[in-house]
Design a protein around this ligand. Structure first.
Ligand code: GLU
Length: 448
């Protein structure tokens, strides 16, 4: 059984970085499923921060994942599991892995600065571990409340990362992490491990900003006697300027959606961004999954540029499945189109919404304005058009006759016809458009 999870903190709107983590986990799981494994995708809301977690942010996670077609098998909320976290805390306490500390945030900051000034790494000095009964009483009498830290064993910590290869840390180079705040709330670190254990997470794929957390969390898994999941930490995305930019991280899926970017455009790009492979164009996540391989992700931070999405989008739109096209049109309250229509217009649209232009152009009773000279020419051409069912050969037979009769060829011949039939300089191949328009409409547009 392979169990992955996506664990967003609903403290802000879902952005491309979050979507990427979700997508990499999902593609990873799909890939395993296609190899015959049982898989499960857990969506976990890391919502212990009650001040900053908001229902609208949580709703945006569901909306974003639904839009991307990422389906979860299980939904969990950390805030509903506080009792469980306290239970595990008690267990760790009994194991001697927890100690109380009384420093204020300012005191900790002061210690940190002093260490840095002495060119020492800013590792917590474990003062709390050595407090006497009297000192504790004195702190309590001052009205101070303790926060609690987890005791890291001072030994080597290592794991084989799916992206980074063999990783090694040493416990004495890390600060004992705070696992309970002064107000009794739990920071991210321990609840995440408890959940990963309780929900049977086998593979953790998350950004490289969590690498150090992984070293700490591995000791928590060990302390709780649980198997250590397999980890994969892809490098974070960077912006255009080559450094982490807020702009990059904050591109929201809503903006992209409003700009006509397809969810599969995002998925296809993210599946390969950071590898040396070319992007593959597929129209479902299921078809994309076989092309996904986390071990191909490099260590360099990949550049993410929304321009790349805009460049890729037309290819994705052209590859849309015809049935999906009609499902979308029907959902939008529009009439379905014929496959012939889709094949004719799809090479000419960059965004799905462009289809509405073509539905309008082909479906309406419009007649387009032309210069007097062009009108005269196309009227003449109309007389050469036979009234019989149109197919894809009609156009070439017809234009051969026009050429013979008028001596026009190339652009001089085709351009006025295109303007008369579509009102536009460019568009679908006329040989494909003619059968869609049909005899009556074609004649009406030519005659003006
Ligand atoms: N809520 C954490 C985050 O958004 C989850 C980290 C993890 O995947 O463990 O960064």
């Amino acid at each position: 059984m392979i169990v992955v999870r996506f664990a967003p903190s609903p403290t802000g709107y879902m952005h491309i970085g979050n979507l990427r983590t979700a997508m990499l986990n999902y593609l990873f799981a799909l890939n395993k499923k296609q190899a015959g494994e049982d898989v499960s995708f857990v969506l976990r809301m890391d919502d212990t921060d009650r001040e900053r977690s908001k229902p609208e942010y949580e709703a945006a996670v569901y909306e974003g994942l639904n839009w991307m077609n990422v389906k979860w098998d299980r939904l969990e909320h950390q805030f509903q599991r506080l009792e469980r976290y306290n239970e595990v805390l008690e267990q760790l306490r009994k194991q001697g892995r927890v100690y109380a500390c009384y420093e204020t945030a300012e005191e900790l900051e002061y210690k940190r600065r002093r260490q840095l000034a002495r060119k020492m790494p800013p590792i917590y000095d474990r003062a709390g571990m050595h407090l006497t009964e009297e000192q504790i009483k004195a702190y309590e009498a001052e009205g101070r409340k303790p926060h609690y830290r987890f005791v890291l064993e001072h030994k080597e910590i290592s794991w084989d990362d799916m992206v980074r290869g063999h990783c090694t840390y040493h416990g004495d180079k890390l600060s004992d992490p705070i696992i309970v705040r002064e107000d009794g709330t739990f920071p991210y670190m321990l609840p995440s491990v408890i959940d990963d254990i309780d929900f049977g997470i086998t593979h953790i794929i998350r950004g490289e900003d969590h690498v150090t957390n992984t070293a700490v969390q591995i000791q928590m898994f060990e302390a709780l006697g649980a198997p250590i999941p397999v980890f994969g930490h892809p490098p974070l995305l960077t912006g255009k300027e080559g450094k982490l930019s807020k702009r990059t991280g904050s591109v929201s899926f809503r903006e992209l959606r409003a700009d006509g970017i397809e969810p599969m455009t995002i998925a296809c790009l993210l599946a390969k961004l950071g590898t040396s492979d070319a992007v593959v164009v597929e129209n479902t996540l299921e078809k994309l999954a076989p092309h996904f391989d986390l071990t191909k992700f490099g260590r360099a931070q990949p550049h993410f540029d929304t321009e790349d999405l805009f460049k890729l989008n037309p290819r994705i739109v052209h590859a849309l499945d015809f049935n999906d096209v009609n499902n979308r049109l029907t959902k939008d309250g529009k009439e379905p189109v014929s496959e012939q229509f889709w094949n004719a217009v799809s090479p000419n649209i960059d965004k799905f919404a462009d289809i509405y232009n073509w539905i309008d152009i082909c479906g309406s009773e419009k007649v387009f304005d032309l210069s007097a000279e062009d009108r005269e020419f196309v009227r003449q051409s109309a007389d050469l058009l036979e009234n019989k069912p149109f197919d894809e050969t009609t156009f070439s037979e017809w234009t051969a006759k026009i050429k013979e009769k008028t001596g026009r060829k190339g652009k001089d011949l085709f351009h006025p016809l295109r303007l008369a039939l579509t009102g536009l300089e460019q568009g679908p191949e006329l040989k494909m458009l003619l059968p869609i328009l049909g005899y009556e409409k074609t004649i009406a547009r030519l005659k003006g």
